[in-house]
Design a binder for this molecule. Sequence first.
Ligand code: COA
Length: 196
Amino acid sequence: MTTPYVSWPREVGDLRLRVPTSHDVDRVLAWRNEPEVTRWLLRTTLDADELRAAWRSSLDDPYDQRILADLDGAVVASASLGVDDGMGQPGSDAWRRAEGSLGYLVDPAYAGRGIATAVAGALLDVAFTDLGLHRVTAGCFAANEASWRVMEKLGMRREQHGVRDSWHDELGWVDGYTYAILAEEWAGPPPVGAAD
Ligand SMILES: CC(C)(COP(=O)(O)OP(=O)(O)OC[C@H]1O[C@@H](n2cnc3c(N)ncnc32)[C@H](O)[C@@H]1OP(=O)(O)O)[C@@H](O)C(=O)NCCC(=O)NCCS
């Protein structure tokens, strides 16, 4: 199998999606570690070294996409698409590097403007068009309605409602959702409404 190549930057409406640089670390952490963001995450507070190392290691790996979104000179969102093997029997390699895992974060100051939908839609398009994946999944706490609405706007299907399957530091055991979409279900990125 040839190694795929994913080119950045890309424009989505007024957003410019690009790979991160070390200059972005402090700008992203300024909002990434705010309680209104971390309360919805499994990996809560990140430090600068961890973030820098993750970005650096992803640069040469098409199966570890990590991008930022710029809007009017600000870094307003961060998103990732990791790729793993799916499940499968040994008679074929079809399941190898077949399944993507999507994540996204938006600076709370820019929430509710369609930015997560635009950025996650761009990564789903990378997943199916550039990387040829079979399926992409994403998970969230069930109470994170803004997040699962993003997934539903993108055509993803709720496949699992895990009853009290996730530990939350303030709330204890809480419900989680897993969403998924298949390549043949992907209708392309939604019309751009981001940052209008
Ligand atoms: C979840 C998050 C990514 C959404 O980003 P966003 O740019 O505001 O998302 P969008 O504007 O594209 O869409 C959000 C949708 O949820 C709705 N929404 C926003 N806040 C909501 C809330 N508190 N309750 C219910 N719906 C809400 C919006 O109205 C919108 O739906 P609509 O277009 O049908 O009106 C962002 O709030 C965030 O980063 N939160 C903290 C980290 C996080 O939760 N990341 C995801 C982890 S799974």
